[in-house]
Design a protein around this ligand. Structure first.
Ligand SMILES: Cc1cc2nc3c(=O)[nH]c(=O)nc-3n(C[C@H](O)[C@H](O)[C@H](O)COP(=O)(O)O)c2cc1C
Length: 180
């Protein structure tokens, strides 16, 4: 598949078939994330994969309550990848402060999109999840309080037969060529 076609094909998937993802495929997604670039090559990520249906269900019940409930659909996903950001080293932290840029979030973003595109190539849909009860997630998974978890990637096979269109701004609204 051409790269642009893969990019067009990837859409947030929110309905999942009850079908496990082979661990080899999950590892291919992690490998794609591993190869992502990062500022100072810091690779500030760890990926915790949950592919047991019962564990997913009970975790999602815990972290997608009340104000987070519109993300309950991830309880049906075949796998969740919990993206654990690693502590910033002194240099990166200082550079980020001076520049006013949160480099680790850029890094995590690229890695997760590598993961999502690799999944898509394998016929696995995904959805970025940024809205969940992070405290409860850490408690449930017994992760240290100091860990930062900004996003979860849900993964699964498409249940719906309807093709979803992409809603995007037109290209002429988002670019310009610099003129001297
Ligand atoms: C950082 C980030 C956080 C997101 N959080 C959520 C979320 O909590 N729940 C959800 O259903 N979709 C979430 N999304 C998916 C976006 O809504 C989706 O990517 C956007 O609407 C574009 O649609 P598409 O992915 O189908 O192209 C998130 C996406 C990103 C990049």
């Amino acid at each position: 598949m051409k790269f642009i076609d893969l990019v067009k094909k990837r859409k947030s998937l929110r309905t999942y078939l009850d079908k496990p993802i082979p661990r080899q495929d999950l590892l291919s997604c992690i490998e794609a994330a591993r190869l992502a670039p990062s500022a100072c090559n810091a690779q500030p990520w760890k990926f915790l994969i949950i592919d047991d249906k019962d564990t997913i269900k009970s975790l999602v019940k815990d972290i997608c309550h009340t104000i987070y409930s519109f993300n309950k659909f991830i309880g049906e996903a075949s796998a969740l990848v919990i993206v654990i950001s690693q502590k910033e080293g002194f240099l990166r932290k200082a550079a980020g402060k001076i520049k006013g840029t949160n480099y680790y979030l850029i890094d995590i973003g690229i890695a997760c999109q590598h993961l999502a595109l690799q999944a898509q190539e394998l016929g696995i849909g995904s959805c970025w999840i940024g809205w969940f009860d992070e405290k409860k997630l850490k408690k449930n998974l017994k992760l240290p309080k100091k860990n930062k978890i900004d996003t979860i990637m849900s993964l699964g096979y498409d249940k719906s037969i309807m093709a979803k269109s992409k809603i995007r701004k037109p290209i002429n609204e988002i670019y310009s060529f610099y003129q001297k």
